[in-house]
Design a protein around this ligand. Structure first.
Ligand code: AMP
Length: 363
C-alpha cells in the first residue's frame, strides 16, 4: 500500500518510520524542499493549493492522510474526489478553525473554557463580559505552539492584543487557572471501533510542549470521561485515524481546549513504552487493519528537544536506557528538533532519570 502524507515534518517522518515494517510505502507533499520527512521517503515539493502538484502527488497512491492540520480544506476535498482521504475533510475543517472546534464541542455537550468569538474590535467588550479577565485571545486559524495568542489582564490589553494579532478573527477564552493539562490520544477505525491511550499529563512553557507523562495511577473515572468525550467527537466527524484531544483539568472538570486531527506530540511516548505506537495505530486505522494495543508495558516519560539538541553521545552516556528520536532538522529557537523517551521499572527511577535528562536538555 502506498500512503500519501500532506506535510513532511517530523510527524510525517515518524509515520513513515512506523509504517515501513508493515510494508507500506510513503510519499510526502510539502512546500519546503528541506522538510525532514524527505530524508525517509519520496518528497514532492509544491504548495497544497497547486493542483498540478496535487495531481503528481496523488498518482499511484492508495490513501492520503495528513500530519499537519492547516492543509487547505479545498486540497483535501480535491484529493478525496480521487481516493480516500483519512481523516476526512470535515475533521480538517473543524480542527483548523478554533470557532468551529468550539461549536463542535458545544454541540456535543463537551465543556470548554468560557469563550466568545471576536470578529471585530467592537466585539471585545462583549467577549470580556462572557469570559472575564484575564482572558486569552487566540487567532481562529494558523496558531500553533503558543503562536497567535496573547493573554490580556485588562480591556486595554485586550485592545492591544487585537492590534498585535493583526486585526484578524479571534476567539477570546477565559484564562483557566487549571490544576493540570491532560490529553487523550485515540484511534478510530472506519467501523467505529476505537482504542484509547492512557490520559497523559503535559507541561508547556511559552505555549510549547516540554514534557509528557502518561498517567500510571489512572483515575479510572477521569480516563473514562475523557474517552467518552473523544469518542463522541470522532463519531460525530466519522473520523478514521488517530486524534488527540487536549484538556484542562479544573475543579474536577475536564474542559476541552483543542483537538488535533492527527498524531500528536503528547503521544510520542507510545513509541517506546511497549504498546503499539500512535503512528502505527494511525496507519492501521487508515489502512483498514485491526487496531493494536494501547496498553503500556512500562511507565514512561517524554521530553522534547526544543531549539537545540545535545549530542546523542552525551544523552546516552547520561542515561543509556533513554531512546533518542532526532528529526533531522536544523536548530532554531523554539523549533522541535527531537524528543527523548524514558522508561523505568518504577516511579522513583523514572523521576530520577527524567530530572537528569531534563537538566541536560535545558528543560
Ligand atoms: P493552545 O494552542 O490552545 O493549545 O495553547 C497552548 C497552551 O497555552 C496550552 O497548552 C496552555 O498551556 C495555554 N493555554 C491556552 N489556552 C488557555 C486558557 N484558556 N487558559 C489557560 N491556559 C491556556
Amino acid at each position: 500500500m502506498k500512503i500519501g502524507v500532506l506535510g513532511a515534518g517530523q510527524l510525517g517522518r515518524m509515520l513513515a518510520l512506523a509504517g515501513y515494517p508493515l510494508g507500506f510505502q510513503f510519499r510526502f507533499l510539502d512546500h519546503n524542499p528541506a522538510a525532514c520527512a524527505g530524508q525517509v521517503g519520496e518528497l514532492i515539493v509544491g504548495e497544497f493549493n497547486d493542483y498540478r502538484a496535487l495531481d503528481r502527488f496523488v498518482d499511484g497512491l492508495d490513501v492520503v492522510t495528513y500530519e499537519f492540520e492547516n492543509v487547505p480544506v479545498e486540497a483535501a476535498q480535491y484529493l478525496s474526489s480521487k481516493l480516500p482521504v483519512l481523516p476526512g475533510a470535515q475533521a480538517l475543517a473543524t480542527a483548523q478553525d478554533r470557532a468551529a472546534e468550539k461549536s463542535c464541542f458545544k454541540e456535543l455537550g463537551i465543556p470548554t473554557p468560557l469563550n466568545h468569538n471576536v470578529n471585530d474590535e467592537s466585539d471585545i467588550s462583549k467577549a470580556l463580559g462572557v469570559t472575564g479577565l484575564p482572558a486569552v485571545f487566540k487567532t481562529r486559524r494558523h496558531g500553533y505552539d503558543g503562536k497567535g495568542q496573547l493573554v490580556a489582564h485588562s480591556e486595554a490589553e485586550a485592545l492591544q492584543a487585537w492590534e498585535k494579532l493583526g486585526r484578524v478573527p479571534l476567539i477570546c477564552e477565559q484564562h483557566v487557572p487549571f490544576e493540570r493539562e491532560l490529553s487523550m490520544v485515540a484511534a478510530r477505525q472506519i467501523t467505529g471501533e476505537c482504542v484509547f491511550y492512557p490520559l497523559t499529563e503535559n507541561w508547556h512553557t511559552e505555549g510549547i510542549l516540554r514534557k509528557s507523562v502518561p498517567q500510571t495511577n489512572i483515575n479510572l473515572d477521569l480516563q473514562s470521561r475523557a474517552e467518552s468525550k473523544i469518542r463522541s467527537v470522532m463519531d460525530h466527524l466519522g473520523y478514521v485515524g488517530v486524534m488527540a484531544l487536549e484538556f484542562f483539568l479544573h475543579k474536577g472538570r475536564l474542559l476541552a481546549n483543542e483537538m488535533a486531527p492527527r498524531v500528536h506530540n503528547s503521544g510520542h511516548w507510545t513509541m517506546d513504552a511497549g504498546c503499539v505506537s500512535q503512528f502505527e495505530n494511525h496507519l492501521r486505522a487508515i489502512a483498514g487493519l485491526p487496531l493494536g494495543s494501547t496498553q503500556p508495558l512500562s511507565i514512561s516519560a517524554m521530553i522534547n528537544l526544543i531549539g537545540h539538541a545535545p549530542e546523542v553521545d552525551s544523552i546516552l552516556r547520561a542515561e543509556p536506557t533513554a531512546r533518542v528520536h532526532l528529526y533531522g532538522k536544523d536548530p532554531k529557537p523554539g523549533r522541535k528538533l527531537g524528543h527523548i523517551n524514558i522508561t523505568a521499572p518504577g516511579l522513583e527511577s523514572l523521576k530520577r532519570k527524567t530530572e537528569r535528562l531534563s537538566k541536560l536538555v535545558g528543560g
